[in-house]
Write a new protein. Structure first.
Length: 458
């Protein structure tokens, strides 16, 4: 068939391993992704500069006409006005009328190539009739048809299969749609994903800005010591392993409970392991672990959840204490938000962050000595919501170690659950679990103190 991603004849992905395998193809495609993204960025900046000259008062009239022609010609910048004032108004006109610029065309080509690269590892992206229909609808700027195709996958195989099927390229599809639809609000988010930059301005679906989420989720955050729960305490794991931490996070639930374990390490020093659970059900409730808080946490470092955790730790942990922050889903995002906060890192020494099933790749720890581990099931859609997928063409900084794998569930949200990740780390990704356990060795020993807190939005 004709490849909806590249416009060229489709070539079936080759099996990995050995000569003629898919591995060199992936490397070459990833290089092409990065080159197209850089070309899009350079062309976009050139269009912005040209817009300033063409619409400014200093350029001669004849020169302005020539520049305007280059900005709007198909064999020039396409519909390329960029900037403020009149340039911004012309750009908006192009978005509303579906006129695409050369920069956007290059960015979209990069996104298509990313999807083609992901299909080397996940061939179902280009062979499954449902996903092909979604991709072709997006390619033809038929957003309603793309939504209908996705709903048909849900109707035929369930939401669990639909999200897992598209998880490796979910953010790329959202960015592709954002850059080619008639909604001007989500273009910035689509551009950030397409060019490999951190997604901070807005979400890519509707384009609701981070400031709006911050305004809606503006609680100060509060932590109250929780009364001892003998049943919960009896279920807690004190092994200090990553699977033990995930068992504890599962036991805590998502209703706003924080666990801090004080551990006497092999060297006799006391350290603290902070367990951060993920998002609960509901858009907004008294716990900061709601949908509103999750969207806010992806874009901004300071949230009611992070502020509540800081207050809890200040009440039970000495200044300068060494911390390992272990979080699942929203808990992993919050762990990275705390590690990225210079004020928090002045109070405590964050030695390790372990983010499980979390979109954290665009965040950076304030202390260069902090080690970050990101653990991702490739069929889990949540880690890609910051714009970088588990099969990304972009490498992470040296402070990060990322482990990715697939399991046989191919079902979301089952593959996102904390207990499923624990299962993966015992079986499908045992080597990753062993590596993380080795890094956490200083935080493994006799548990000398257990503190539970209830977290509140306000």
């Amino acid at each position: 068939m004709t490849d909806a991603l590249t416009g060229a004849a489709d070539v079936a992905p080759r099996p990995p391993g050995g000569a003629g395998s898919g591995e060199p193809d992936t490397a070459e495609l990833h290089l092409l992704c990065r080159e197209l993204a850089e070309a899009a960025r350079v062309v976009g900046e050139a269009a912005r500069h040209t817009s300033g000259l063409a619409l400014g008062a200093r350029a001669p009239l004849r020169g302005r006409r020539a520049l305007l022609g280059a900005l709007t010609a198909r064999d020039g910048f396409g519909w390329g006005p960029r900037g403020r004032g009149l340039a911004g108004a012309l750009w908006l006109t192009g978005v509303l009328t579906g006129r695409e610029s050369l920069a956007v065309s290059l960015a979209v080509a990069g996104l298509r190539t990313r999807i083609r690269a992901a299909a080397v590892r996940h061939p179902e992206l280009l062979t499954d009739p449902g996903t092909v229909r979604v991709l072709q609808a997006v390619a033809q700027d038929r957003q309603v048809e793309a939504v209908r195709a996705f709903r048909d996958i849900i109707g035929g195989r369930g939401a669990e299969r639909a999200f897992a099927l598209l998880a490796p390229v979910f953010a790329d599809i959202l960015a592709w749609n954002a850059l080619t639809d008639e909604n001007p609000l989500n273009d910035g988010a689509g551009w950030q994903i397409a060019t490999g930059t951190t997604l901070t301005g807005a979400e890519p679906l509707l384009g609701i800005g981070a400031r709006v989420w911050a305004l809606l989720d503006g609680g100060p955050g509060r932590a109250e010591p929780a009364p001892p729960d003998p049943e919960l305490l009896a279920r807690l794991d004190d092994s200090g392993t990553i699977t033990g931490c995930l068992h504890n996070i599962h036991a805590l639930g998502t209703g706003g409970t924080l666990l801090v374990q004080q551990v006497r390490g092999p060297d006799g020093a006391d350290r603290h392991v902070v367990h951060l659970a993920g998002m609960g059900r509901g858009i907004r409730h008294e716990s900061p672990q709601d949908l509103l808080g999750a969207v806010h946490a992806v874009a901004r470092p300071s949230t009611p959840y992070s502020r509540a955790v800081t207050r809890a730790l200040r009440s039970c942990t000495p200044t300068g204490a060494e911390l390992a922050l272990v979080g699942h889903s929203l808990g992993g995002i919050t762990a990275m938000n705390l590690a990225a906060d210079p004020d928090f890192c002045t109070l405590f020494r964050v030695r390790h962050v372990v983010a499980v099933g979390s979109p954290v790749d665009g965040k950076r720890p304030a202390d260069p000595r902090t080690r970050v581990f990101s653990l991702v099931n490739e069929h889990d859609v949540v880690p890609s919501l910051e714009g970088r997928s588990a099969v990304s063409a972009y490498a992470l900084p040296e402070q990060f170690t990322e482990f990715t794998w697939t399991d046989d569930t191919h079902s979301f949200p089952l593959c996102h659950a904390a207990e499923r990740y624990a299962h993966n780390l015992r079986h499908e990704a045992a080597d990753a679990g062993a590596r993380v356990d080795a890094e956490l060795a200083p935080f493994r020993g006799r548990v000398t103190g257990t503190r539970l807190f209830t977290l509140y939005d306000r």
